[in-house]
Design a protein around this ligand. Structure first.
Ligand code: RIB
Ligand code: CA
Length: 311
């Protein structure tokens, strides 16, 4: 029985790879994809998502437009990383399909309320605005959620947007606080693990060698996207953040982590968006988060390339 999931996303080249891998994986039943302003604004994140479901030949999966700004703060975007289109490195055509009717937050709520307890997995790949808003609007969805498997946060690795805050959390720290405090079981792919999941030039070449539209688009997007982190960090490759969530759902044994209490700083202008783990049980907070710290990077990239090769 395929695992029912909702993907929440702000494409973003790494989101794009995650979406393609998910749509190519029979282990996953992608009930729908909701979009959130993040890497680039609405409606571009929605248009990009429509382009990607068309590329994957999976227009059976509905795409719902979600929130256009964080709950409290103004929107900060990341064209400096992803380019003005959000998926620079490829020139996918304007989508022929339209978003599904209704708001992304309402799709999350309605899908969860129609499910059995613990049935739905939610995979946020961007700011947590839609998830936090859904929980505030309809708290009865909480027992319906089996697990939130998200990309975000930075612990011992620090941040990538401020010295202590990772982009997805920094953009909407208030939504992140709501989600982490909700009691839903969390599996977190922070920079601590995604900075070990590096796309090397040989991986880009293997994608291009697939000789398919999905392989070509993936090679082009990653070829563009990795430059920023390579220049900043001096890595031999660029971190493939968002696909870590999908790879975990398909092959959890590729990852290792620790289960701890995590919360989010929302009051200090200096450290807002910092994810804070109680590694040594110093508080009475519930250890609700499995924070991934290590990955079998080669097997991870093999899985990504193999799944994209199926499209
Ligand atoms: O910090 C990396 C995260 O921010 C990724 O999800 C990337 O797509 C951006 O949204
Ligand atoms: Ca993202």
């Amino acid at each position: 029985m395929a695992r029912p999931i909702i993907i929440d996303t702000d494409p973003g080249q790494d989101d794009a790879i995650a979406i393609l891998v998910a749509l190519a994986s029979p282990e996953l039943d992608v009930r729908g994809i909701t979009t959130v302003a993040g890497n680039v604004p609405q409606p571009l994140v929605t248009t990009n998502t429509l382009r990607l479901v068309e590329l994957a030949k999976r227009t059976d999966v509905p795409v719902y437009r979600g929130c256009s700004r964080p709950i409290v703060r103004k929107l900060n975007t990341a064209e400096y990383v992803h380019g003005p289109t959000g998926i620079d490195g490829t020139d996918l055509p304007e989508p022929a399909i339209e978003p599904a009717l209704g708001h992304g937050v309402d799709f999350i709520i309605d899908t969860c309320l129609a499910a059995a307890d613990g049935e739905i997995t939610i995979c946020p790949l961007g700011p947590l605005t839609n998830i936090g808003t859904a929980i505030v609007k309809e708290p009865t969805i909480i027992p319906k959620i089996r697990e939130i498997v998200m990309m975000g946060g930075g612990f011992r690795e620090g941040g990538n947007t401020t010295p202590v805050a990772e982009f997805n959390i920094y953009v909407d720290p208030h939504a992140a606080r709501i989600v982490f405090d909700s009691g839903v079981p969390m599996t977190v792919m922070p920079l601590d693990v995604t900075h070990k999941a590096l796309v090397l030039p040989e991986h880009v070449e293997r994608l291009r060698a697939l000789g398919t539209p999905a392989g070509d688009a993936s090679a082009g997007m990653l070829g563009f996207y990795v430059r920023f982190d390579i220049e900043r960090y001096g890595f031999e490759g660029g971190p493939l953040h968002d696909p870590c969530t999908i790879a975990y759902l398909v092959a959890p044994d590729l990852f290792r982590g620790e289960t701890v209490a995590v919360t989010v700083e929302i009051d200090s202008e200096l450290t807002i968006g910092q994810t804070i783990a109680d590694w040594w049980g110093m508080t009475d907070a519930d250890p609700q988060s499995t924070v991934m710290l290590d990955v079998d990077a080669e097997a991870f990239m093999d899985l990504v390339i193999e799944r994209i090769g199926r499209l």
